[in-house]
Design a protein around this ligand. Structure first.
Ligand code: BGC
Ligand code: BGC
Length: 616
């Protein structure tokens, strides 16, 4: 599909639409809050699955049938223009049971390998498009300055060049050589811009003085139970996420904008606005950055999508909120529950002259151009989309295992303990996470928050070790027998977005007690962390001989065993400042006059670039 052909198709389609149909193209609703019949009647531009937005049963066939039914209904609408279905495929087609779950971006950043990122994105595109979905809300270009933020693991790291390189490779992997092929995904770079610069304490999402009220908020309570919600808030949930980002022009120009520019140059056609604000102005209402910079100066040809219910946050007056967002440059509105209300509101705003009709045409032209580039406005391609049996295929699982082996960073290695060579006798392995798929996958897996347990098929570190070793596995380290080598795996409990914000980064008392218990019974101890960010090691720094940050390795965590055993060399590097304590946070590479954090100032345990590489 050439660019001029796509422009022509978009123009032809646009002229046939009346105002209501145009506004409907700008509308994206959530699949649980609509039906194929409503999609046909309203002619929406898009439907999405939010975190955990799976069909029942959660199988690849049911996903495919669900998406096909929505697409089919949209082609029978008055406009006949197909929807583009969107999903957060952020580490594989991760809401779907049986999909291959790759390491979260924080691990891919540590590996720092563009080819690996590209291959993972291609595999994700194949599994996702096999179920009819052509749009993923990924990759995140976030650069977290404060790793207490619950979205840190969605980031490749604190280095803008690295983020740009890996994001470009990921966009290329999703979009392929030709976006109109049925196995290509429209990529989305998010959250524009400076989502990682939010100031601790500035989140407005939860009113800590009115917690009972907030817990009634269905979306926030999505954590599971009401109690789970309150418990998370007590640990610091919603202290940062969606808050105020602040910084200098230089920080914006040198740190946060370059990855966007790089992915735009690589042909990305969708940008998601950030919930956060930049120096006091909400990003969803930031005409300077959305329209003047992105569209006018950078000549971005694609469309801007708003984040989930983000427009509602702009004003208490719903019509004013819509006017602010659309006039600032938002093209498609993610209004999960409110499609009809949004259409009515925006049509009225155009009739009364608050939103210029030209703004509507610009938005719809961008959406239709992107749909044309996806091949949705022309005859179906000759090429077939992948069959659903590509989902969780042995080839993709092998790739995920390779990734799980290449992402762990070796922080400490006293006496050259790792890789484990020549260890005879059984390995003592402790920690629930060592043999738990859900904990290895983290948030955005099957459900929005993610969950401990057998949530989807996969392999664990214990499985991987057992391929070569006798393993004595004690989830709670409850036994008494001694062993030469012990491995303790400690995991953060899964979380997503603001629910994962924390007051501090300390390991829990239970984790420390487990490490101490196992320490007594072994000659040499390895501690492996499964976490969405650096954690404060505290006493573990002295108790362990070797310490490995394995991030969130995904459904093929057997790969973690491959690197521990030396079948794959340790090569990954830290891309974050690793804090020495929870005092004096945040600590990041862009602070201070010379912008340099030094280990000697006591706040950093390790600096970016650290990562031991013993010969295997
Ligand atoms: C998140 C986005 C995500 C969207 C759709 C929002 O809450 O901030 O990253 O793409 O939900 O699930
Ligand atoms: C959805 C997520 C979304 C969140 C926003 C949840 O109910 O599943 O996709 O990001 O709400 O609050």
């Amino acid at each position: 599909m050439t660019d001029s052909h796509a422009r022509r198709l978009a123009e032809e389609a646009l002229t046939k639409l009346d105002l209501r149909q145009r506004v409907a193209q700008m509308t994206q609703v959530e699949k649980n809050s609509t039906t194929p019949e409503e999609v046909r009647r309203e002619g929406y531009g898009s439907v999405l699955s939010g975190g955990g937005g799976s069909p029942t049963p959660n199988t690849s066939e049911a996903w495919r049938d669900m998406v096909d039914a929505f697409v089919e209904a949209s082609t029978k609408s008055r406009s006949g223009i197909p929807i583009v279905y969107g999903v957060d495929a952020v580490h594989g087609h991760n809401n779907m049971v049986g999909a291959t779950i790759f390491p979260h971006n924080i691990g891919l950043g540590a590996a720092g390998d563009e080819d690996l990122a590209r291959r993972i994105a291609r595999a994700t595109a194949r599994e996702t498009s096999a179920t009819g979905i052509r749009w993923t809300f990924a990759p995140a270009l976030s650069i977290p300055l404060d790793v207490r933020w619950g979205r840190s693991y969605e980031s490749y790291g604190q280095d803008p060049d690295l983020v740009a390189r890996l994001a470009v490779a990921t966009v290329q992997g999703f979009q392929g050589d030709d976006l109109s092929r049925p196995d290509a995904l429209l990529a989305c770079v998010k959250h524009f811009v400076a989502d990682g610069a939010i100031r601790y304490g500035s989140s407005r999402r939860v009113d800590r003085d009115a917690l009972d009220q907030a817990a009634d908020d269905a979306a926030l309570a999505n954590a599971g139970s009401h109690e789970a919600f309150l418990e998370r808030v007590a640990r610091g949930a919603w202290m940062l996420d969606q808050g105020d980002a602040e910084g200098s022009e230089a920080l914006l120009n040198e740190v946060f904008l370059p990855p966007y520019q790089a992915t735009l140059d690589a042909g990305v056609l969708n940008v998601m606005a950030s919930y956060s604000s930049w120096n006091g102005i909400r990003m969803h209402a930031h005409g300077d950055l959305l329209t003047h910079l992105l569209k006018d100066t950078w000549q971005f040809p694609g469309f801007i999508v708003s984040d989930w219910e983000a427009i509602d946050q702009l004003s208490d007056d719903p019509a004013q909120a819509v006017a602010l967002a659309i006039n600032a440059g938002v093209d498609m509105s993610m209004v999960p529950y409110d499609g009809v209300r949004f259409i009515d509101t925006l049509v009225e705003l155009v009739r009364s002259g608050v939103v210029p009709e030209a703004r509507i045409d610009d938005a719809v032209r961008r959406i239709l151009y992107t749909k044309a580039r996806l091949g949705l406005l022309s005859e179906p391609a000759q090429v077939q989309r992948p069959n659903v049996d590509v989902v969780g295929s042995p080839e993709h699982r092998a790739l995920a295992r390779e990734a799980a082996a290449r992402t762990p960073v070796l922080l400490e290695n006293r006496g050259d303990l790792l890789p484990l060579r020549g260890t005879s006798g059984p390995l003592l392995v402790a920690g629930v996470a060592a043999h738990d798929v859900g904990l290895a996958c983290g948030g955005w897996t099957i459900t929005w928050m993610g969950e401990e347990g057998d949530i989807t098929p996969g392999s664990t570190m214990v499985d991987g070790l057992r391929e070569h070793h006798d393993v004595r596995y004690e989830p709670a380290g409850q036994g008494e027998a001694r062993a030469e080598v012990g491995i303790v795996v400690l995991a953060e409990e899964p979380y997503a977005e603001g629910m994962g914000d924390r007051y501090d980064l300390n390991l829990s008392e239970e984790h420390l007690a487990l490490v101490r218990r196992v320490r007594e019974r072994v000659d040499r101890l390895v501690v492996v962390l499964y976490s969405g960010r650096p954690l404060v090691l505290g006493p573990v720094a002295d108790l362990a001989d070797a310490i490995v940050a394995a991030w969130l390795p995904g459904s093929e965590a057997a790969g973690v065993a491959d690197v521990l055993l030396g079948h794959v060399p340790f090569q990954a590097k830290l891309r974050f400042v690793w804090p020495a304590s929870s005092e004096g946070l945040p600590v990041h590479p862009f602070e201070g006059a010379d912008g340099v954090v030094r280990k000697s100032d006591g706040r950093a345990a390790y600096l970016p670039g650290h990562g031991l590489t013993p010969s295997a």
